[in-house]
Design a binder for this molecule. Structure first.
Ligand code: WTA
Length: 657
């Protein structure tokens, strides 16, 4: 490291506010600070700004209809099609030969789809799906890894007005079946397998295992990703993607006209109870919001090459690999594999080769890069980068500064974007061409987003105090309901701080947060039973129910403990049944059960057997204490416990390992 770099690092450590560079501001999509006031004064009509990013077949009547709150309706009676907005109009506007998706496989092969290519293949696949029987409003499940056929299938569904439900490929067979059953989904698009750290992973066997538990007939299309690397045969009702595409070569399908409020997709996510929630997003509001935030927060322009390293199986990939960027006509990069294959240069190599302008990743990845060392990015020309982003979990100032310095070269603003599956798009973050940045604090609510930090009684807390994050006004990208469960929708998000009698509705995202004098919000993490492992949202109740299903386990508590790279890690505390031996075998069974019911992302850091769990006098498990033990924190008072003596016993065991 040169002396100059050394002093930069020292300076960074001291600094807690960063201004966006003049060169960035000059070219930014949004650079007028007046935008906050403009949105506030003009609310809700300000949201026309978002709707303007779309092509509407029929203009909407009202921006917002609040008459049935909290079932808000946006852009009422507007008509549009999402695939037409992401493809056809760009081709018509002369962008036929512009790259839409630049895909890179883990083994190094690349495929580029221009907007013209993508439109053709989406048309062919939409025609295929229609032939297979898919009709408007049928839910199509996509259980696929990061192959180009995943976004193609999503856009083909959108073209037909058939909502997609993407199930992350790393989820288990059980998780697939649960989601398909919940959505009554009779169509499945999947893949034979994919590459992870150079190995060909079998995905089709897992798919077939899941299908055995699906309660209805299913028609399946299988993408051949691995060729000869994996021998597999298709059963009746299973079709080969390439063969179908060949049969439908050159065909096209008129985009189905959808109401703004019609469902674009379902996305299952974890909540407080065991059962995943099917979050419903709509065609008009969601698409307008993802396009608007891609423009204002990610600063995307049609001529940009942009890379978001998330998986499309999560909301980040939906909004910010696919819908937002393609609605704006940008080139979006898609990478199949891991950041350390064939070596730890991979990400920087992708950025350098593709001249990536804007890069969006997760704090957990940044912490891993820091651990690997700055020598990897230092070997690459990253000067094409203009803006950096993070998402999924809080970013600690040290990781922020490392990212700023070693990836951004000290002249790229960073947007730390707080949002959720439910919000559809960014909610709390700086606008990169307007705001100063404060490492660790996501920023103020975006223009038009009324984020407030309140206490238990719903009163706004003073600056510097911690409280609960709330959103006091609706926004176009918001979820509309939980699939076929309006009651749970209201219970989960609209009860804590709302006043239904006075028709006042406040959205509660279940995060804790604090706010500074200047309105900058620091998100502190979930206050429900959801944990955030490497930016993946997991329900501890789901993991718990897998563990208590194991023969030999009487009771279990699952909590998140601090983890240097993952942010949080899964800790399982389990009580063996009388006569059952705690030990390696039972541990193995518990882990197996978790992998079967959720998948490897939920694999525990540790399984701790104990004869009792710390409980309050009323019999509630003291999870906070179990979290502190797992995190190695100082333990607070245990005097309110019924069985304080177990605490030391458990803590000793955790420390031993
Ligand atoms: C957390 C991911 C702090 C938060 C887009 C939220 C964050 C949950 C941030 C949603 C951030 C997301 N700072 N925490 N910038 N972004 N979170 O649904 O706890 O997978 O409630 O959506 O991630 O996770 P989800």
């Amino acid at each position: 490291m040169s002396q100059e770099d050394g002093s930069l690092e020292a300076r960074l450590e001291e600094q807690d506010t960063f201004e966006p560079p003049e060169s960035f501001v000059e070219q930014a999509n949004v650079s007028d600070p007046g935008i906050y006031e403009e949105f506030e004064e003009n609310w809700p009509d300000c949201w026309e700004r978002a709707a303007e990013f779309l092509d509407w077949e029929e203009e909407y009547d009202d921006v917002l209809d609040e008459s049935d709150a909290p079932s808000y309706q946006w852009f009422t009676n507007g008509k549009l099609n999402a695939s037409q907005n992401c493809l056809d109009r760009h081709v018509e506007d002369g962008a036929k030969n512009r790259a839409a998706i630049k895909w890179e496989g883990e083994l190094g092969e690349t495929r580029t789809y221009t907007y013209g290519d993508l439109l053709n293949e989406v048309n062919e696949f939409a025609s295929t799906l229609r032939d297979l029987g898919v009709e408007e409003d049928d839910v199509v499940t996509l259980y696929m890894p990061m192959v180009p056929e995943l976004p193609i299938a999503m856009l083909a569904c959108a073209r037909l007005g058939a909502p997609h439900s993407v199930v992350f490929a790393g989820f288990s067979a059980d998780a697939l079946a649960t989601r398909m059953n919940d959505a009554d989904s009779e169509y499945l698009i999947t893949c034979d397998g994919y590459y992870r750290r150079g190995d060909a992973l079998d995905h089709i066997s897992k798919t077939n295992e899941g299908l055995e538990d699906v309660e209805h007939e299913t028609t399946t299309v299988v993408v051949d990703r691995l060729g000869d690397a994996l021998e597999h045969s298709l059963s009746e009702n299973q079709h080969d993607y390439d063969e179908l595409i060949d049969e439908h070569a050159g065909e096209s399908v008129e985009p189905v006209s959808r109401d703004a409020e019609d469902m674009l997709f379902l996305m299952y996510t974890s909540g407080t109870t065991g059962k995943p929630k099917g979050v419903k997003h709509t065609t008009g509001g969601y698409l307008a919001y993802s396009a608007w935030t891609s423009h204002s927060v990610l600063d995307l322009k049609p001529e940009d090459t942009y890379w978001c390293s998330a998986d499309i199986g999560w909301i980040t990939g939906h909004s910010y690999i696919l819908y937002g960027p393609l609605a704006l006509g940008t080139t979006t990069v898609m990478y199949e594999g891991t950041p350390d294959y064939p070596d730890k240069n991979r990400f920087w190599d992708i950025i350098e080769r593709n001249r990536v302008d804007v890069f969006y990743t997760a704090p957990t990845a940044i912490r891993a890069f820091m651990k690997w060392g700055e020598q990897y990015p230092a070997q690459h020309d990253l000067s094409s980068l203009r803006l950096l982003g993070t998402v999924g979990e809080p970013i600690n100032p040290r990781a922020w500064k490392w990212y700023y310095d070693h990836i951004g070269g000290g002249d790229c603003p960073i947007v730390d974007t707080w949002w959720q599956t439910e919000t559809g798009g960014h909610m709390i973050t700086t606008l990169p061409g307007v705001c100063d940045m404060k490492p660790g604090a996501a920023g103020p609510g975006l223009p038009g987003i009324d984020a407030q930090i309140v206490d238990e009684a719903g009163e706004e807390v003073d600056a510097g105090q911690a409280g609960y994050l709330t959103v006091q006004k609706p926004w176009p990208g918001m979820l509309r309901t939980l699939y076929q469960n309006d009651e749970r929708f209201v219970n989960e998000y609209w009860t804590e701080y709302s006043d239904p009698e006075n028709d006042e509705w406040v959205y509660f995202p279940e995060d804790g947060a604090k706010i500074d004098e200047d309105g900058y919000i620091t998100v502190l993490g979930r206050v429900d039973d959801v944990i955030n492992v490497s930016g993946h949202r997991l329900g501890t109740m789901e993991i718990e129910s897998a563990v208590v299903g194991v023969e030999g386990v009487a009771e279990a508590a699952v909590v998140g403990g601090d983890h240097e790279v993952k942010g949080e890690a899964v800790y399982v505390y389990a009580i063996p049944e009388d006569g059952s031996e705690p030990g390696a075998e039972l541990e193995e069974k518990a882990i197996e059960a978790i992998l079967d019911s959720i998948g490897p992302i939920a694999k525990p850091e540790e399984v701790i057997f104990t004869h009792e769990l710390p409980k309050t006098r009323s019999g509630k498990i003291m999870r906070r204490l179990l979290e502190d033990i797992a995190s190695g924190n100082e333990l607070g008072t245990t005097s309110t416990l019924r069985n304080p003596e177990v605490v030391d016993e458990i803590a000793e065991q955790v420390n031993e390992d």
